[in-house]
Design a protein around this ligand. Structure first.
Ligand code: SF4
Length: 898
């Protein structure tokens, strides 16, 4: 442990407050630490973001931060190194490339997982000292559009509202946001608010009927990408139906006439808007009427808006409607961009994007460049913005950027055209990766691999979606030789000769400097001001209570809501309405193609490098899927439970078909999480075109034309094994079990499975097997000292190899003759009940048990919780429980009444 603020190894259990490291909700966590390990977590009732709640990912924090694949030592070209040698090697590489090709030949690619202090040091080093703004972050993929839309409207990148507004509003509009899965604790807060005030209306605008629609009074399943048309239509409607707040417009806005003219030119009527957006006109009119007539309205927007080739315009079209109707800066009335990552906002505060400077300043203002340079005493201040993520990897591919340092992110999985990104890194002269996990898809390509601390080890601040700064605490010692990212960067900076400016001893030194810069020659002109912390003591920092910025002399306790005085941060102090000409996605599908939409599932985080290690987080959805409308499936010859193959850009994605009439025709949905560690061919982003918004550079993840067809395997089945391996099959996906692994397999060629098993398991000489004479199925099981180490069940049509969860618990178990037969049969007999697909991850409650309980009289989620405990911990499964009650009780009841 290098940091005296970190809590020394606790001999007995002790309780500490910290913050969740997953999504942008930023929940407060009570962590119980014993003997240098976090052994339990619970929600912090005093944290304003979650008020005691945690979702399923949050409740697994202590499990997901411990990994057998932990990176423990620096590695150079695959060989263990010392810190000094690894950083010397890195510094020599950077120095040589900068000397020969200039500073723009190097780049940093950062992450919303970094703490603000890490982010600050990285940006200062590159933009102020090395002299390039080639610093971008995976937040580019998440909310770059919203930052620009904010800046255009408000002068700076300001999120006006707070979570409380989502509860106190009378109309909550959720656009392009599956809040139930992506921001589960915020969703639970909304659910509670709506239960307490049933008159509160919820409108979901999303091409898919997602779990979030569970609480929707109205769902507008619009044509993908039509959002700006819809909100331009709303602006026209407001103007035509006395919905403008003329007083607010007169005192606080500019640009209405031009914005309205653009909106009217494109979408003059509800009927036209409905046609363009492909939604029923009556439904759209209902939404427009509601918005027009409800003074307290909140519009939450997220990736469905941002991940678009016109994401900035979409954000602007939403903000326009709030400005024009005066629904901003008041309790329960605001546009609200909700961020994906735990510290996307902190990254924005320190200028983590290539077009930003620290403290919300920007390269578009020469005075800002000068201010930051003077404050830092920067010897080589960058004068122009750098390359945004997609452009950066293209420059690496072309050989223009010759050294890249990637921190806490996995671009080989998460970037669009991910195979191109992999190729770019393979070509790059020097790839440095800071990671906590040794074998991510990106770490495998590193020349220099540096072990970094992770949640519960690192110490610093994060800012959530409502501008709330919280401390993520160092609670346990760093394993092996892992170091904090800021420390790694400072050591590297000193090796480059930048002794001054990188001599921090503790994260509080960085935080104080960050706070001082926010106040530097600010005079109320800039939104981001945390000057109250410019002299914070280490003791106060180590106990920092959550607080929403600005935090300054005028607001020493922070600021819940911005713009309540009707003053904005533009030169005129008026908010700007932006003229928006709405556009559809750049690449429409060709004949025969479908539109692939990508997004999160409930229990996984990003590229699974941490959540993939917790077996119970994989039990809700254990395999990459393809959601498709039943009519499309029928047309393509696809059936529920079979495999589909999606193709684009020479890449393919294999996933299990899930028929879903909540999908629009012509569209499929696939999860973003799977990678080469967990599946053979399921990196969804390899199929995403690298098309970006021309202003903010955010990629169009939500709209990729792909070819969809049935995958026709010769063999398919599943493998239970105590050893982690790559099976001899064209398709496989890996599912973690408590005692080993389960692989689902599909192979497109003949295979001698018995022979393969013997070659993969040379240590086994005790086999039992069944193979039919027609060679239509094979099952084999291998034992060492009588205990099961491998069991394979494959057949030609997949029908004779139905899976039962019983077998998942048998690995490592001693097996007598009867049990050996049971293993070959794949189930424990008729008296062993199978619960089916897991719905409640916390208590491992399966769908079959839930359906049975519904049939026995548990007719709502509360009754199910009482009977089976499902839904009573984190609540993430409540929408699915309600859905099952709908299908298996309410729908049947309605049919019976008819
Ligand atoms: S909603 Fe879940 S993942 Fe997000 S911060 Fe809270 S506990 Fe963490």
């Amino acid at each position: 442990m290098t940091d005296d603020s970190l809590i020394a190894v606790q001999p007995a259990a002790s309780q500490h407050k910290t913050t969740c490291c997953y999504c942008g909700v930023g929940c407060g966590v009570n962590a119980q630490v014993s003997h240098g390990t976090v052994i339990a977590v619970s929600g912090d009732r005093n944290h304003p973001a979650n008020l005691g709640r945690l979702c399923v990912k949050g409740t697994a924090l202590h499990q997901t931060s411990q990994s057998p694949d932990r990176l423990l030592h620096p590695m150079v070209n695959g060989v263990r190194s010392t810190w000094d040698a690894a950083l010397e090697h890195t510094a020599n590489g950077f120095r040589r490339i900068i000397d020969e090709h200039g500073p723009n030949a190097v780049a940093f690619y950062l992450s919303g997982q970094l703490l603000t202090e890490d982010y600050y040091v990285a940006n200062k080093l590159m933009k102020g000292f090395i002299g390039t703004a080639n610093v971008d972050t995976n937040s580019r993929l998440c909310m770059a559009a919203a930052t620009v839309a904010h800046k255009k409207a408000f002068g700076y990148d300001t999120v006006p509202g707070c979570y409380e507004d989502l509860e106190t509003t009378d109309l909550l509009v959720l656009v392009g946001s599956n809040t139930a899965y992506a921001h589960p604790v915020v969703f639970q807060r909304i659910v509670k608010a709506k239960a307490e005030r049933p008159d509160m209306k919820v409108v979901v605008i999303d091409p898919r009927r997602t779990a979030t629609c569970d609480i929707a009074d109205l769902h507008l399943a619009l044509r993908p990408g039509a959002d700006a048309f819809l909100f331009n239509g709303l602006l026209s409607y407001l103007a035509d139906h006395d919905g403008l707040d003329q007083d607010f417009i007169n005192s606080s806005c500019e640009g209405l006439d031009a914005a309205l003219a653009s909106a009217r030119a494109q979408v003059p009527s509800v009927a036209q808007a409905a046609t363009i957006c492909d939604v029923p006109a009556a439904d759209l009119e209902q939404f427009y009427q509601l918005f027009c007539a409800t003074p307290k309205a909140v519009t939450v927007f997220s990736q469905g808006i941002n991940q678009s080739s016109s994401g900035v315009d979409k954000g602007s079209s939403i903000i326009n409607c709030h400005l024009a109707s005066g629904k901003i800066g008041k309790p329960g009335a605001t546009p609200f961009s909700i961020t994906g990552q735990p510290n996307a906002m902190g990254g924005r505060e320190v200028g983590g994007l290539a077009n930003q400077l620290a403290a919300h300043m920007g390269f578009d203002n020469p005075a800002h460049i000068d201010k930051v340079a003077r404050f830092w005493h920067a010897p080589n201040m960058a004068q122009h913005e750098g390359l945004k993520a997609v452009d950066m990897f293209e420059a690496i591919h072309r050989g223009e950027i010759k050294a890249v340092w990637i921190m806490a992110t996995n671009p080989v999985v998460s970037m669009p055209d991910a195979n191109f990104v992999r190729e770019a890194l393979e070509r790059c002269e020097l790839v440095v990766v800071n990671e906590c996990i040794a074998n991510t898809d990106t770490a495998k390509l590193a020349n220099v691999l540096l072990p970094a601390t992770t949640w519960s080890e690192k110490h610093g601040t994060v800012t959530n979606s409502e501008r709330c700064i919280s401390l993520q605490k160092g609670l346990v010692p760093a394993p092996g030789e892992a170091l904090n990212d800021w420390d790694i960067l400072c050591r590297f900076a000193r090796k480059l000769g930048f002794e001054q400016g990188f001599d921090y001893q503790h994260p509080v030194d960085i935080f104080r400097e960050h706070a001082a810069l926010s106040a530097f020659e600010n005079n109320g002109e800039r939104d981001f001001d945390i000057s109250a912390f410019a002299t914070i003591s280490k003791a106060d920092y180590n106990q920092l209570a959550p607080v929403q910025w600005p935090v300054n002399a005028a607001a020493p306790n922070g600021t819940k809501r911005m713009f309540s005085d009707g003053r904005f941060f533009t030169p005129s102090k008026r908010a700007r309405l932006i003229s928006v000409t709405a556009r559809f996605p750049k690449k429409p599908p060709n004949n025969g193609q479908m539109i692939m939409n990508t997004g999160r599932i409930r229990d996984q985080w990003h590229t699974m490098s941490r959540t993939g290690n917790a077996p119970h987080l994989m039990s809700h959805m254990d395999e990459p899927g393809v959601d498709i409308h039943p009519a499309d499936a029928k047309q393509l010859g696809l059936s529920e439970g079979e495999l589909a193959v999606l193709e684009n850009l020479g890449a393919r994605y294999l996933g299990r078909i899930k028929l879903n009439d909540g999908q629009r025709r012509g569209e499929v949905f696939v999860p973003i999480h799977w990678n080469d560690r967990f599946a053979s061919s399921s990196r969804a982003d390899a199929l995403v075109n690298a098309i970006t918004d021309p202003i903010c550079g955010q990629p169009e993840f939500k709209h990729s034309p792909v070819k969809v067809s049935a995958y026709k395997p010769v063999w398919q089945g599943y493998l239970h094994t105590t050893q982690d391996l790559a099976p001899a099959s064209d398709y496989w996906c890996k599912i973690l079990l408590a005692t080993g692994f389960k692989y689902r397999l599909a192979h497109n060629a003949e295979c001698d499975w018995a022979k393969w098993l013997r070659s993969a398991y040379p240590q086994v000489n005790d086999w039992v097997e069944i193979r039919d004479s027609a060679r239509a199925f094979y099952t084999g099981a291998g034992f060492v000292n009588g205990a099961l180490v491998v069991a394979l069940h494959v057949s030609r049509d997949g029908k004779d190899v139905a899976e039962h969860r019983w077998l998942d618990d048998q690995l490592g178990q001693p097996c007598d003759l009867n049990q050996r037969f049971a293993v070959l049969a794949g189930h424990g007999g008729s008296d062993v009940e199978d619960e089916g697909r897991i719905v409640c991850s916390c208590y491992q409650v399966g769908e079959k048990a839930i359906v049975k309980a519904i049939a026995e009289g548990a007719h709502n989620s509360a009754a199910l919780g009482e009977k089976l405990r499902c839904g009573t911990n984190c609540g993430s499964c409540l929408p699915e429980l309600n859905q099952l009650v709908n299908i298996h009780y309410l729908a049947k009841l309605a049919t019976a009444v008819e």
